[in-house]
Design a protein around this ligand. Structure first.
Ligand code: FES
Length: 351
C-alpha cells in the first residue's frame, strides 16, 4: 500500500499519497487547473517546474505546484500574498551573434555579437523537434526575480557592447507578471533611446491586453512564431494534443501578429518566425501563410527556420539549401517584401 502523509491545504487537513505533486493534490481537491490563462484557478502551462506560473505558498515560500511534491507536515496556501515577487528559471545572459526571429534583418548581417539573450525555462508546447529542449524542459535551476534577471541582462549588455536585449525560451510569456516586471525593470535600468527590449514568443497566450501591457512596460521588438496555417499542422509541429487548446493557442498567435501590426507598427518591430521541414509542413501551406501575412502587412519581416533533426525527431532530415531557396521564392511570390530563410549556408534574403 502506498504511504500516506498529512498535509494542510488552505486550512484543511488532508491525508494524501506521499510524493504526489501539490498540483495533483489541488486537482483531487477540486481546484480547477488550466493550461490557458484565466480559465481555471491554477494556470499550469509548462508542468515541468520551469515557468513558475503555478506558484503557490509551500511552508511559507513560493514554489511551483506542478513540480513540488508533498511530504508529511507540508502547509500549502494556494493564494500568494499580494506583494509576492514572482520568480522563474532563467539561464543565459550571454552575447548572441545571430539574434532571434524578432531581430531586424539588417542587424543579422552585422557580424559579431548583435544582442544579449537569456532563455526562460518552461513551455506550453511539446514540439518533438524542439531546438532548445535542454533549457525548455529544464525543471531545476536558479529561479530569478525580475529585478535579478534585469540586472544580469544589463550587465551582459555592457559586457558585450550591444543595445539589444532578448528573452527567448522555452516560452517567455508564460509567467505574465514575471515578464511584465522584468521588462519594466530592464527599461528602468536602460533608459537610453538606443536600448531595445526584444521578446521572442510562440504567441499562444499573447492576447491584446497582454501586448498592450508589454508595450507599455517597454518592449520594443517582438518575434512571434507562427507554427502553420492549418490546425492539423500546428498540432503536428507543437505536440499540443488537446484540440480546443491547440485551436485557442493557434488563433491567439495569429491574432497577436495582426494586432501588433494594426496597433503598434510604428512603435514595435515585429518579425514573424515560421518553421520549415517537409515532414512537418508543406511548401504549399507556407504559401498560404505568405498570403495571410501579405494581407496583414506586405512589409512584415518573415524568417523561415530550417528545422533540423533534434530532440525526439532525429528522423527528420535537415532541409537542403535548394529547398530553402524554393521556400524563399514561394513566399516572395506572394508579395512579401522581407523574407529571410535560414539555411545550412547562412541566410537567404531578404532580397
Ligand atoms: S506550470 Fe508549473 S512551473 Fe510551469
Amino acid at each position: 500500500m502506498s504511504k500516506k502523509v498529512s498535509i494542510e491545504l488552505d486550512g484543511d487537513n488532508l491525508e494524501v499519497q506521499a510524493g504526489i505533486t501539490v498540483k495533483k493534490v489541488m486537482e483531487l481537491s477540486g481546484y480547477k487547473i488550466s493550461k490557458y490563462p484565466d480559465r481555471g484557478f491554477l494556470f499550469t502551462p509548462c508542468e515541468t517546474g520551469g515557468c513558475w506560473s503555478c506558484a503557490v505558498e509551500v511552508n511559507g515560500e513560493p514554489k511551483p505546484a506542478c513540480s513540488t511534491t508533498v511530504s508529511h507536515g507540508l502547509t500549502v496556501k494556494t493564494r500568494l500574498p499580494e506583494h509576492y515577487i514572482p520568480k522563474r528559471i532563467i539561464t543565459g545572459f550571454s552575447g548572441h551573434p545571430v539574434g532571434g526571429v524578432g531581430t531586424p534583418w539588417w542587424m543579422k548581417c552585422k557580424g559579431g555579437y548583435i544582442e544579449t539573450a537569456c532563455f526562460a525555462a518552461g513551455c506550453n508546447f511539446r514540439c518533438p523537434q524542439c531546438q532548445n529542449w535542454d533549457i525548455t524542459y529544464m525543471g531545476s535551476g536558479k529561479a530569478f526575480t525580475p529585478i535579478e534577471a534585469a540586472g544580469l541582462m544589463t550587465t551582459a549588455r555592457e559586457k558585450f557592447s550591444v543595445d539589444r536585449m532578448a528573452i527567448s525560451g522555452g516560452e517567455s510569456t508564460l509567467n505574465r507578471r514575471w515578464l511584465l516586471d522584468y521588462v519594466r525593470k530592464l527599461k528602468e535600468l536602460n533608459p537610453d533611446p538606443s536600448a531595445r527590449i526584444h521578446v521572442d514568443t510562440n504567441g499562444s497566450i499573447l492576447t491584446e491586453d497582454y501586448i498592450d501591457e508589454l508595450v507599455e512596460a517597454g518592449m520594443t521588438d517582438v518575434g512571434p512564431d507562427l507554427k502553420g496555417s492549418y490546425l492539423e499542422s500546428f498540432v503536428r509541429i507543437t505536440g499540443v494534443k488537446d484540440q480546443d487548446l491547440a485551436e485557442r493557442y493557434h488563433t491567439t498567435a495569429w491574432n497577436a501578429v495582426r494586432y501588433l501590426i494594426e496597433k503598434y507598427k510604428d512603435r514595435v518591430f515585429t518579425g514573424v518566425g515560421i518553421p520549415y521541414n517537409r515532414k512537418l509542413i508543406s511548401v504549399q501551406e507556407l504559401g498560404v501563410m505568405g498570403e495571410k501575412l501579405f494581407e496583414i502587412d506586405p512589409k512584415i519581416q518573415v524568417c523561415v527556420l530550417d528545422y533540423r533533426p533534434e530532440f525526439k525527431r532525429l528522423d527528420l532530415v535537415k532541409p537542403r539549401y535548394e529547398e530553402m531557396v524554393e521556400v524563399h521564392r514561394v513566399l516572395k511570390g506572394k508579395g512579401l517584401k522581407t523574407v529571410i530563410c535560414q539555411t545550412e549556408h547562412g541566410h537567404i534574403g531578404p532580397e
